[in-house]
Design a protein around this ligand. Structure first.
Ligand SMILES: Cc1ncc(COP(=O)(O)O)c(C=O)c1O
Length: 455
């Protein structure tokens, strides 16, 4: 199909993948209903229809994992372990790598932080999502170096090189995002991994925003670990993944103490309880009853995206990005946030501010008056957003706080399930709001900007 924006035809010839919620209608504050345009994929993407169908087909066979002798328990255990193998294949894991199922990216990175050898030096950029920025400060004996935001991918590699060159001997870890949850820009992961390894450091890739959009091959990128979340990969059933080298994980204390992580537990004669822990990284760090539906949903999404072709999905997304950027270019009040410049390669995530508008007000009006769901705030990446908005690190800024005119932004994000109409509707709604102003009154309730009740 060809969509015309400001007279420029843009071809969008790849159909979106079927997702749940594509026909949901929502009420407008101004009256009537419209089909909801979900443009907040970077927070949580809708479930793929295929994932939902796979989960529904399995649900009657649901049973305990690793525990029961019954048929359904055995089937569920088999499915859980097959899901692990599918994820390993999807990520191109090396034969010695292990896949640990967690709750989310946040959980995966906290697990790795808890498994760091004593005294590890950790290197991160200030541009990271809080989930990748904060867990290391809590690791026992770890020292964290937070590098300033680079303005080019080359600067990022050079800054890491210098920091690692000057670092004392001992275990070192670099944590870097694959695609920014604020700008959508891709980071030079392969080059950063090469720099890390040149200096004897390891590297973990926060792939929360990369895996839904691009093929990630752990061996080809030569990273030591990859972390991601199911709910951003069209599989919103509460599971995440940490995949990669098992040694640090095998040597660490179990992340959670409990059933499944133990080989044997005895009460000693002196009354102490002693546990012998499992050796494999997965068993050692997946105590408790595993989330088989979450793991199966992730595996189903991996299969669906592989079958659809991540390259084709990338093309679909590139067409949507062209539509979006051409449309935004027609609204002079819009400033797109970017670290690496307009030509940087990016996934379907873009943040912007509009002069004279509070971003929370804008996001509220897009929802209430146009049925369009985007995100506003600092996107759990406070240092990066403040940097991009020209703030100082000590300036205040709170997610979604409408009073904070300078330090928040609007983010639109999309993916495999997004039809081009959602993007064109968004651009048209934004242009109308900027041109004519909101047609409703908004106020702050519980820290959110929301439509005021009608008189
Ligand atoms: C780049 C990045 N890393 C980590 C996370 C944390 O993911 P989760 O909330 O699923 O743990 C997010 C979530 O938005 C993210 O965008």
């Amino acid at each position: 199909m060809t969509v015309s924006l400001a007279g420029n035809p843009v071809t969008c010839d790849l159909p979106p993948l079927p997702v749940l919620g594509r026909d949901v209608t929502v009420p407008l504050v101004t009256g009537g209903e419209v089909t909801y345009a979900a443009l907040d994929y970077a927070a949580s993407a809708p479930a793929l229809q295929r994932v939902w169908d796979d989960v529904a087909a399995y649900a009657p066979y649901y049973g305990s994992v690793h525990r029961g002798a019954g048929y359904l328990s055995q089937l569920s255990t088999e499915l859980f372990e097959q899901s692990r193998a599918t994820v390993a294949g999807f990520l191109g894991c090396r034969p010695t790598d292990e896949v640990v199922f967690t709750r989310s990216t946040t959980d995966s990175l906290n697990l790795l932080a808890a498994a760091l050898p004593e005294g590890t030096q950790v290197f991160v950029f200030e541009t990271e999502h809080h989930a990748a920025l904060l867990p290391w400060q809590r690791a026992k004996g770890a020292r964290v170096t937070c590098l300033a935001a680079p303005r080019t991918p080359e600067q990022a590699v050079a800054a890491l090189d210098v920091a690692l060159h000057g670092a004392p001997k001992g275990p070192k870890l670099v944590c870097v995002t694959g695609a920014s949850n604020v700008t959508g820009e891709l980071w030079p992961v392969r080059e950063l991994a090469a720099a890390a390894h040149r200096h004897g450091a390891r590297i973990v890739l926060d792939a929360a925003q990369l895996v839904p959009h691009r093929a990630v091959d752990i061996g080809e990128l030569d990273v030591d670990w990859v972390a991601f979340s199911g709910h951003k990969l069209y599989a919103p059933f509460g599971a995440g993944v940490l995949a990669g080298r098992p040694d640090w994980l095998r040597e660490a204390e179990p992340y959670l103490a409990g059933g499944g992580a133990t080989r044997t537990v005895v009460r000693r004669a002196d009354g102490e309880v002693e546990a012998e822990w499992q050796e494999s990284a997965a068993a050692r760090h997946e105590a408790g009853s595993p989330n088989v539906i979450g793991a199966y949903a992730i595996a189903s999404a991996c299969k669906a995206l592989t079958e659809a072709g991540l390259d084709r999905l990338g093309e679909h997304e590139a067409q949507l990005l062209t539509l979006l950027r051409d449309g935004l270019a027609e609204i002079p009040q819009v400033r797109v946030l970017s670290l690496f410049g307009a030509d940087a390669d990016r996934v379907g995530v873009l943040s912007f501010v509009v002069s004279g508008w509070n971003s929370s007000h804008l996001a509220a009006a897009l929802s209430a008056e146009h049925g369009i769901g985007v995100r506003d705030g600092l996107f759990c990446a406070h240092p990066l957003v403040k940097h991009l908005l020209g703030g100082r690190p000590e300036d205040p800024g709170a997610c979604g706080s409408p009073e904070n005119l300078s330090f928040n932004a609007v983010r639109i994000s999309f993916g495999a399930g997004t039809p081009p109409e959602h993007v064109t509707r968004f651009v048209a709604a934004l242009a109308t709001l900027v041109r004519e102003g909101a047609s409703w009154t908004y106020h702050t309730r519980n820290g959110r900007c929301v439509p005021a009740p009608s008189a």
